[in-house]
Write a protein that binds this ligand. Structure first.
Ligand SMILES: *[C@@H]1O[C@H](CO)[C@@H](O)[C@H](O)[C@H]1NC(C)=O
Ligand SMILES: *[C@@H]1O[C@H](CO)[C@@H](O)[C@H](O)[C@H]1NC(C)=O
Ligand SMILES: *[C@@H]1O[C@H](CO)[C@@H](O)[C@H](O)[C@H]1NC(C)=O
Ligand SMILES: *[C@@H]1O[C@H](CO)[C@@H](O)[C@H](O)[C@H]1NC(C)=O
Ligand SMILES: *[C@@H]1O[C@H](CO)[C@@H](O)[C@H](O)[C@H]1NC(C)=O
Ligand SMILES: *[C@@H]1O[C@H](CO)[C@@H](O)[C@H](O)[C@H]1NC(C)=O
Ligand SMILES: *[C@@H]1O[C@H](CO)[C@@H](O)[C@H](O)[C@H]1NC(C)=O
Ligand SMILES: *[C@@H]1O[C@H](CO)[C@@H](O)[C@H](O)[C@H]1NC(C)=O
Ligand SMILES: *[C@@H]1O[C@H](CO)[C@@H](O)[C@H](O)[C@H]1NC(C)=O
Ligand SMILES: *[C@@H]1O[C@H](CO)[C@@H](O)[C@H](O)[C@H]1NC(C)=O
Ligand SMILES: *[C@@H]1O[C@H](CO)[C@@H](O)[C@H](O)[C@H]1NC(C)=O
Ligand SMILES: *[C@@H]1O[C@H](CO)[C@@H](O)[C@H](O)[C@H]1NC(C)=O
Length: 687
């Protein structure tokens, strides 16, 4: 039926097209033939195309030249077009711009596409094209070619620049291209931007590529490159060079004197060893330097009197040793520093008191000591927004001094450090605080009610501590958990954050959050010594996606108001002393993917509605009075029952750890991660 209907539509369209041709000839007839080939190749009609408008020049996405009347632009991005592009007939030889990005077009590229001798811009990105590109391409006017995010294979078509001499932008990223970068690239004398990210290209980065006179951006990340040739005699105009996630090993070559304009250098996730070469650590132009995930070692030594443009420095997950250099505070524009997961020791230098520009600091997993002094120094940075000190300062006491001031703080992570003490009063009044992670320490005392007044807080993790007493009712008034509006949160420049969580049962996965605002709305009080009830008012926290109260000593009943947590994905109340029944209304929690009330004193029947049906016995076991589903039939008197082969609680031995936090620039985040993310997130396991 569907096929017949589609054929009928196509026939109708051809007829309609005929009528357009006969009625109005302002639309060039060659162009109409080209369009009809295009329409025929599509599986369904194109919205806004047809005879209702008198000339094809008025159809959606089509622009005609006012002088020649010929079609010069065909732009139908994100139209959900589906079709076998290889059936296409192109007659649009005056076309200057063809933009069909983000559709579902498949098939190899039609050879007739390469007869568009006026085409300047060709964007076929994010479709499902496959096959190899033709050997012979004649698009003499081409300036911009974007075929990223398709299924192309074979070699890169660098012969392209032989005929298309004016090419400025080439984007081949996220395909399956293989082979080396061929010497013909030297013909691309006008090339400004080249991206081959996320393919399987190998070999070395040749110096003729680096010496292209106009090349400013070179994105080679996530390939199989093994080396870079020195560029000795001449200089490069490159502004941005990304060679991350390749197979580089050995020392970083000392060639950066030749990059007169380089402001972004990214080489994270390679196997680089040795230190940072002098030409990098004295660079006046570098603004963003990312060497995360390598095997670099030795002391950290940057010449801040030279590095006047340095704004962000990521050296995390290397083998750097020694102390944090005191002179970093004299890098006048340095905002973001990530030194997490190195072999650094000692304390935060006294000089950081004068670090006015500091906004983001991560020192996770080092061997730093003296938390109290560190905080006293850091509070002097007037713009500090993100502070991550996880896995340091072991067994020290968290200072509670009322005079610490972090007015601008948005994210504070002091987790997994076996710290003692209580929740400090200096958190009171941090109205910008959005994320607070104090998990996996030895904190004691009550959870203070003032946390409920932190109006920006939407991520609160106090799990794996020894907090006692009741959960303060004020937490149920956390404004951002009630009405968090992500669209109002301003993006921060300094992320992404990498965070290890056991998202899918026992599997550790590293999640990447490009912004604080991408974190889920979370309240995690699990693995403490909390007593008292689960307040019915928790149902007010409508934006919560995770509510984890497991492994406490909570009592009373499960409030049925929790069923108004319409965004909840994880709801865990296992290992408490809850009584009463499982509210029937829980069947309405449609997003629930993890649920447990195991090991309480619940009675009654397990509701067999909605999502609740999908959970295994592990979600309900250990409640002697429950019946239904896996347990005893409910008609009988509720006899005590041994649950068969009770599996151990999956999360038992896992402590959540914020493994480390990385950062990039806003530019990196938008251009690189958004484009390439599906294939680029490589699973870091926390070490
Ligand atoms: C006619 O063209 C205009 C402008 O391109 C477009 O907005 C409109 O949707 C078209 N009408 C129909 C019926 O296709
Ligand atoms: C042909 O197109 C022109 C310009 O769009 C319009 O003014 C004219 O009415 C059209 N003629 C017919 C027969 O549709
Ligand atoms: C697309 O069309 C070509 C040529 O007509 C044909 O060989 C191929 O099988 C088609 N592919 C699909 C997915 O329909
Ligand atoms: C094609 O259209 C999309 C969506 O409007 C736009 O983001 C993209 O920049 C366009 N491509 C070119 C090369 O202009
Ligand atoms: C350049 O165009 C000519 C003429 O169409 C063609 O024969 C040749 O193969 C093209 N060269 C490349 C490298 O595409
Ligand atoms: C660099 O210059 C030296 C001497 O001036 C010359 O012998 C060598 O060939 C040049 N190398 C390149 C890659 O141009
Ligand atoms: C990088 O080093 C690791 C550990 O030494 C090794 O397992 C891996 O194979 C290396 N990768 C490459 C591409 O050399
Ligand atoms: C590189 O910097 C020089 C001056 O240092 C400038 O003249 C030139 O235009 C810059 N090139 C690019 C591509 O930005
Ligand atoms: C430093 O950055 C600014 C702004 O990006 C730029 O104008 C300036 O040329 C850079 N300085 C050097 C020495 O590259
Ligand atoms: C750091 O830069 C200053 C100013 O350019 C220079 O005098 C000094 O020698 C440099 N120090 C090192 C260790 O390179
Ligand atoms: C602090 O941040 C503000 C706003 O982002 C900025 O204007 C100001 O220059 C920053 N102060 C310092 C010392 O960097
Ligand atoms: C707790 O909430 C109540 C009212 O909801 C408020 O009056 C009180 O000040 C709050 N307590 C703290 C410590 O913020």
């Amino acid at each position: 039926m569907v096929v017949v209907f589609e054929i009928w539509l196509l026939v109708m369209f051809s007829l309609q097209l005929q009528s357009v041709i006969s009625q109005n000839l302002t639309c060039n007839s060659d162009d109409l033939t080209g369009l009809s080939g295009f329409m025929n190749a599509m599986e369904s009609p194109i919205d806004g195309w047809g005879p209702a408008n008198s000339s094809c020049c008025n159809w959606v996405g089509i622009t005609c030249s006012s002088s020649s009347g010929r079609i010069v632009r065909l732009e139908l991005p994100k139209k959900r077009l589906t079709g076998n592009f290889s059936d296409l007939i192109f007659n649009l030889n005056q076309l200057k711009s063809l933009n069909l990005s983000h559709n579902f077009l498949k098939g190899p590229l039609p050879t007739s596409l390469f007869l568009l001798d006026n085409l300047e811009v060709l964007d076929l990105s994010s479709n499902k094209f496959n096959g190899v590109l033709p050997d012979s391409i004649y698009l003499p006017a081409l300036q911009v070619l974007d075929i990223s995010d398709n299924n192309f294979r074979g070699f890169l078509p660098f012969g392209l620049c032989v005929n298309s001499t004016g090419i400025r932008v080439l984007t081949f990223s996220v395909n399956y291209f293989t082979g080396n970068i061929p010497p013909q690239i030297g013909n691309c004398g006008f090339l400004e931007h080249l991206s081959v990210a996320s393919n399987s290209i190998s070999g070395i980065i040749p110096d003729f590529l680096l010496r292209l006179p106009r090349l400013q951006e070179l994105d080679l990340q996530d390939n199989e490159f093994t080396g870079i040739s020195g560029i000795r005699n001449s200089s490069s105009e490159l502004v941005r060079l990304d060679i991350s996630s390749n197979r580089f090993s050995g020392n970083i070559p000392d060639i950066f004197y030749n990059f007169r304009n380089l402001s972004h250098f990214l080489s994270h996730s390679n196997n680089l060893t040795g230190g940072v070469p002098a030409s990098l650590s004295n660079s006046q132009t570098i603004s963003s330097l990312n060497l995360r995930n390598n095997y670099l070692d030795g002391p950290i030594d940057f010449n801040c009197s030279k590095m006047i443009n340095l704004t962000s420095l990521d050296l995390s997950n290397n083998n750097f040793s020694g102390t944090i250099p005191a002179n970093l505070a004299s890098c006048l524009n340095l905002k973001s520093i990530n030194l997490a997961r190195n072999k650094l020791t000692g304390q935060i230098p006294e000089s950081f008191k004068n670090f006015r520009s500091l906004s983001y600091l991560s020192l996770s997993s080092g061997s730093f000591s003296n938390l109290s002094t560190s905080l006293k120094i850091l509070q002097h940075s007037p713009n500090l927004t993100v502070l991550v000190l996880a896995m340091n300062f072991y067994t020290e006491q968290l200072p509670s001094d009322g005079y610490l001031r972090f007015k601008t703080l948005e994210a504070l992570v002091i987790s997994s450090s076996s710290l003692t003490g209580t929740i400090p009063s200096w958190l009171n009044g941090l109205t910008h605080l959005q994320l607070l992670d104090f998990s996996s320490n030895h904190f004691t005392g009550q959870i203070p009610a003032f946390l409920g007044d932190l109006k920006s807080l939407f991520y609160l993790d106090l799990s794996n501590n020894s907090f006692s007493g009741e959960i303060p009712k004020n937490l149920t008034a956390l404004q951002s958990m009630i009405s968090r509006d992500i669209s109002l949160q301003k993006p921060s420049q300094d992320f992404p954050i990498y965070m290890s969580r056991n998202v899918i049962s026992n599997t550790w996965m590293t999640l990447q959050y490009d912004e604080i605002m991408m974190f889920p709305t979370l309240l995690d009080l699990s693995n403490n010594l909390l007593t008292g009830p689960i307040w019915p008012e928790f149902g007010n926290l409508k934006k919560l996606s995770v509510l984890d109260l497991k492994h406490n000593n909570l009592s009373g009943t499960i409030p049925s108001s929790l069923s108004s947590l319409r965004n909840i994905e994880t709801l865990d109340m296992s290992y408490n002393s809850l009584t009463g029944t499982i509210p029937l209304s829980f069947g309405n929690l449609h997003f629930l993917s993890k649920f447990s009330v195991a090991h309480n004193d619940l009675t009654g029947s397990i509701p067999s509605t909605g999502q609740l049906q999908t959970f295994s016995i592990a979600s309900f076991e250990g409640n002697s009075g429950l019946c239904g589903k896996y347990l005893l039939k409910c008609e009988k008197t509720q006899v005590l029952l041994e649950t068969p082969a009770a599996s151990k609680d999956e999360d038992d031995s896992i402590t959540r750890v914020l493994a480390f936090i990385g950062f990039g620039t806003g530019f990196l985040v938008t251009v690189f991660y958004l484009l390439v993310v599906p294939r680029l997130i490589k699973g870091y396991t926390h070490s």
